[in-house]
Ligand binder design. Structure first.
Ligand SMILES: *Cc1c(COP(=O)(O)O)cnc(C)c1O
Length: 400
């Protein structure tokens, strides 16, 4: 008989009862160091006092009123995001996929309103991940995820990640936008070349198409800057955000320049929950911490420490690990083909460390942004033990 909870996930047999900072405890009392952060989402760690207090206080006042009324918490959060980004205006929703859907609608609306409804196509990239709704899946383009779900929405092409010639070749009269993650997350923690991002910006300007960034995973400080595209010194026309911005409370956002945002007038787009007082109170609490003076410098600093630690790990286990990649606190450990990231992840769990698998056989390491150097050192110690465990298993298998 089917489980009451629909079986869409292969879940590890671990149930967490409570957390504090970068640590989680199971109901049977085991303690884990959380270097997955609920898939790069619990940016402030678990039970952060400021986030908890803000949510408790807001929940006791008013959680939800709908977007039929003004929501001061949303107005304030939007103003602060505008203040700290390229954007002139922000739409709030509840998830990354929903933010991407809205972003794609905004792109198409922009061209339609400018007299070019024929410009509806998106140039996306191999290895991308944009979410699980139908259009987000079409933008993702992974045949494994699309199989069985009928005809995919049209207007999505996939190009080799980082190949500027392919981008130039693909642009035609139907191109509306280039849509890209500055660092592919699910696809294998693969950063785009900063030069590539700069050239994409230039080609968008040249052809009058929009640059749409998916910063659902890379934004809100994860890369060591507030937005990952800032490393390239460019600005998009429109951008999606989610995961870390709510610190674990469901919250998504579309950030847009005025020239794009101005067409999303009443009746064009909407959401019932999106941007409600509780979600936006959580978003404001996360921003209070992330925008505090010195916080992002601290993220950058501890991230460099983690990078060094992982490089050391790679050097000690060359038969297991071939390299480290990513940026900030979104790092990937590239494993040899003989060892799967799932096995390595399980070995880390045995050592009390949580990580997340990513594409291309990469083990994703994405701790909360409040992580300390001592906790990074502890994670490296545990990864060393997990790597030794894997090598042991491989040696024994080879001896048979
Ligand atoms: C996780 C993710 C999404 C989807 O977000 P959901 O909240 O799961 O809908 C979209 N894009 C990127 C880059 C992501 O990492």
């Amino acid at each position: 008989m089917i489980a009451a909870l629909m079986p869409t996930y292969n879940r590890a047999d671990l149930a967490f009862e409570r957390g504090e900072g970068a640590w989680l405890w199971t109901s049977d009392g085991r303690r884990f160091l959380d270097f997955g952060a609920g898939i790069a989402t619990t940016s402030l760690g678990h039970a952060h006092p400021h986030l908890v207090k803000t949510i408790q206080e807001q929940a006791a006042k008013v959680m939800h009123v709908s977007n039929l009324y003004r929501v001061p918490q949303a107005e304030r959060l939007a103003a602060r995001l505008v203040e700290s980004s390229f954007a002139d205006s922000v739409f709030f929703c509840n998830s990354g996929a929903e933010a991407n859907e809205g972003m794609m609608k905004a792109v198409r609306k922009y061209h339609a309103e400018n007299g070019h409804p024929e410009k509806f196509g998106f140039l996306c990239f191999e290895g991308a991940f944009h979410g699980r709704t139908l259009a987000a899946l079409a933008a993702t383009g992974n045949p494994k995820y699309l199989a069985g779900f009928g005809p995919a929405p049209e207007g999505f092409r996939h190009l080799p990640f980082g190949n500027m010639n392919a981008v130039r070749d693909a642009i035609d009269g139907s191109t509306a936008a280039i849509m890209i993650e500055p660092i592919q997350g699910e696809g294998g923690v693969r950063p785009a070349d900063l030069r590539f991002l700069q050239e994409l910006r230039a080609v968008c300007d040249e052809f009058g198409i929009l640059l749409a960034l998916d910063e659902v995973q890379t934004g809100m400080g994860r890369s060591g800057k507030l937005w990952a595209h800032q490393w390239a010194g460019i600005e998009p026309d429109v951008m999606s955000s989610a995961k870390g911005i709510g610190g674990g409370f469901p919250l998504g956002a579309i950030l847009a320049r005025e020239k794009v945002a101005k067409y999303l007038v009443p009746g064009t787009h909407g959401t019932t929950y999106g941007g409600n007082p509780l979600a936006c109170a959580a978003g404001n609490a996360v921003l209070d911490v992330v925008l505090a003076p010195g916080f992002l410098d601290g993220v950058d600093c501890v991230a460099r420490h983690l990078w060094k630690g992982l490089e050391g790990l790679a050097a000690r286990h060359p038969r297991l690990i071939t390299g480290v990649r990513g940026a900030g606190l979104l790092l990937g450990v590239q494993l040899v083909p003989e060892v799967s990231n799932g096995e390595m992840q399980a070995a880390a769990v045995e050592e009390g460390l949580l990580t997340v698998a990513a594409g291309m056989n990469v083990l994703r390491v994405a701790p909360p942004l409040i992580i300390t150097e001592a906790e990074v050192d502890e994670a490296i110690t545990r990864l060393d033990a997990a790597a030794a465990r894997m090598e042991d298993i491989r040696l024994r298998a080879a001896a048979k």
